[in-house]
Design a protein around this ligand. Sequence first.
Ligand code: SOE
Length: 384
Amino acid sequence: MIGHGFMGAAHSVGWRQAPRMFDLARDVEMAVLVGRSPEPTAQAAAKWGWTESAVDWREVVARDDIDVVDVVTPGFSHAEIAIAALEAGKHVLCEKPLANTVEEAVGMAAAAERAAERGVLAMVGFTYRRVPAVTLLRDLIAEGRVGRINQIRAAYRQDWLVDPESPLTWRLQKDLAGSGALGDIGAHIIDLTQFVTGQQVEAVSGTVETIVTSRPILGERSGLGGTVTAERGEVSVDDVAVFTGRLSGGALVSFEATRFATGRKNGLSIEVSGERGALRFDLEDLNTLRFYDRSAPDEVQGFTRILVTEPTHPYLSAWWPAGHMLGYEHAFTHQVVDLVAAIDAGTAPHPTFDEGLQVQQVLAAVETSSANGSTWTSVVPEPA
Ligand code: SOE
């Protein structure tokens, strides 16, 4: 695994738990954790259960005893590391969004296509697909429970930047992160919408905005923030992105991605409204799925609460008896389970790099739309 920030911790939990709780077709050995500085990397490796630590990712990626490379670094380095790993014949799991630009994502998707010819696989870490209630939501739509989809509301709302004195971390710098709320959390709701509907966002109209334009330069890092210095630097990414999308099936989607939703800590929600019913999920209540069935008699109409903890629900048979609740980290375990199953079967693990590239194209179209007065913009522009 390359990188050891917040996502490094989450992915480590996934790699550790998956072989302990699920029957995997392959053994998992947490071989090497790679970071820029020897000491913090060695400490993280020891804490999370990696056998070794190292500082040179190129050397590690070339090693014969490595089969899978997990990329959890900031977006600017995804393309270089993932392409090198695929070329070295390693399966790759890469954090979202796939890259910082469409150009980089195109290169990564091409590398993944070449690798696939040699049986080498690549997957993007849009982990929320693996929250059991989300997978169930997708399954219920596929079964026709909501019928034709008329409208979707998808939001990802956090508030960790509402303090103007919160430091200028890498997530606030375009050259490091690609974009702000749009790519960091907007990418999740684009992917989720497409995953649960099986449709693609084909055009968008949107606005992106930066609310706090300069922030204190970071001293020592910790988690999403860290200590600050007296100097300020420019915030070069968006704080809020609000956009409308048109799905291939015709429905409109309202998207909202923000780190300024005061009081919302990790509020990812999606509500799918169809001709026969509706489904609603909220990450802050992640064991629950709400279902409205229009065919129910009038006197019992209303959203019902499905507690998604039954052994018959996706991924749940490996965990606790019904009603015993899962958390944020379980989705990272399920991600490893699905990746290892795909590697064993030799089939493409979803989301593929092509799917990651398409999300990147939606993100770019939102930025183009915003720069052009929120005009409707095709996700992949028509050739001139
Ligand atoms: C920060 O906004 C962040 O950590 C995202 O980068 C993650 O993808 C999301 O899961 C939680 O919030």
